[in-house]
Structures are given as C-alpha cells and as structure tokens.
Design a protein around this ligand. Sequence first.
Ligand code: SAM
Ligand code: CA
Length: 246
Amino acid sequence: MASNNEQQNQAGRHQEVGHKSLLQSDELYQYILETSVYPREPEPMKELRELTAKHPWNIMTTSADEGQFLNMILKLMNAKNTMEIGVYTGYSLLATALALPDDGKILAMDINRENYELGLPVIQKAGVAHKIDFKEGPALPVLDQMIAEGKYHGTFDFIFVDADKDNYLNYHKRLIELVKVGGVIGYDNTLWNGSVVAPPDAPLRKYVKYYRDFVMELNKALPADPRIEICMLPVGDGITLCRRIK
Ligand code: SAM
Ligand code: CA
C-alpha cells in the first residue's frame, strides 16, 4: 500500500480540472484524454468544461473522461428517463442530455441554482435543455414525495448520484424503489480521492476526512444489498454502478 506521502502526492498530482484520477501516472491519464476523450468531446461539453474551469469550485466538476463514460453507458442502455442528484454547472447533466433521445427526460436536483444557471446557456445552445426538469433544493424531500405519490416507482432507467456523500445511503433507500428493475444507479466518488485506503490518522483535507466514513459505509452496504448487482469502476474518483435485479 502507498505511504501517506505517496498518497498525498497522488492527490495533488494532476492538473486537469475536476480530475481525481486514480491512475498510476499523469502521463497515462493525459494519454486517455488526448487520444480518446478530447478528440471526441462534443463542442458544448468542451465549452462547459472551459467555463467551469474558471469557477472557484471547479474541483467539483465531473472529469471529461467520466463525462464520456456516462454518455456511452446511457446510450448502451437506451436510457430515456433519468435522474441526477448534484448538478453544479452541469457537465454530467449535459453528458446525459446529449445521450438521451429527443423525448428523454432528466430530473435534475441541486440546492444551488446559481451554478446550474452558469452552465445553462451552453445547455440551451446545445438544444437539449427541454429534456431537463431542474428542481432547486435538497433532493431527499423530493424523493420522499415521489415515493409517497407512488406513480414513480420503478420508472427510472438511470440515476446519477453526485451530491452530499453523507446522504448516499439515505438516497439508496429511496432510489432503489424509483429505479426500474434492470435500471442502474451510479454513485459517484466512491473511491473518495483514494482516502478509502488511507490510515485513520492520515493527514487528509477536512472535507475529505469528514465524508470518508460515509463513503466507506456505502462501499460496505452496496455489496451486501441483494437487490442489486454492483460494479465499482476507477473512472474519475470512482463510480459504483448498481443494477437493480429485484
Ligand atoms: N455532477 C456535477 C458536475 O458534473 O459538475 C458535480 C456535482 S458537485 C460534486 C455536488 C453538488 O451537489 C453541488 O452542486 C451541491 O450544491 C449539490 N448538493 C449538495 N447537497 C445537496 C442536496 N442535499 N441535494 C441536492 N444537491 C445537493
Ligand atoms: Ca463527482
């Protein structure tokens, strides 16, 4: 296992905005971006990525390789009805909106509308804003309302969760009802900057340290849930795909 110093070096290595790759070298990650991601990145996503790079919280954005992955998986699944929890300026949202058919839908939730509105003109210009139903506010009460109404049970093809990590298990309890059998929930940042393997006394940044226990709890709970099949991928900061099987 890597020493504390090595882990810290790794966390600080990469220059790409939003990049939290767990690959062995900068060069390898750059190679992926330059040979396979950037040459095929849709123009609006490039524009949104560059706009987001100027924002003070740009560390939160989805990386370009993960955006490409989301776009691909949604197309492979023929996804039509989707949900996203945690929008920020909308990079993963745009990757999703571009992948869905013209009558596809995304219920997108974030407590911060301002950041969504920064990216919105790019999404509009891309001609995909009509697929998005943005709700400002905490996601949990919206999910509770949807469950109480009943008609949303088993209706979502794909759900991307990229918000408050301390609520992921609370989201899971609800989302497992809302996603259809055969549908997929993707939990983002499940490798949490590599901190899931850091020793308990490792000098981690405060927010990394705070959320780490919640991420690790989720990472224990998902494999134990018989209602899903799972696959944890080291894309971006780690994404765990959960396919509902019952
Ligand atoms: N998926 C985004 C992208 O591609 O740029 C990044 C999302 S960012 C990591 C996390 C977002 O979750 C923030 O914009 C934050 O405002 C939002 N958030 C935090 N708590 C939330 C909650 N309880 N409900 C909904 N959104 C929340
Ligand atoms: Ca994320």
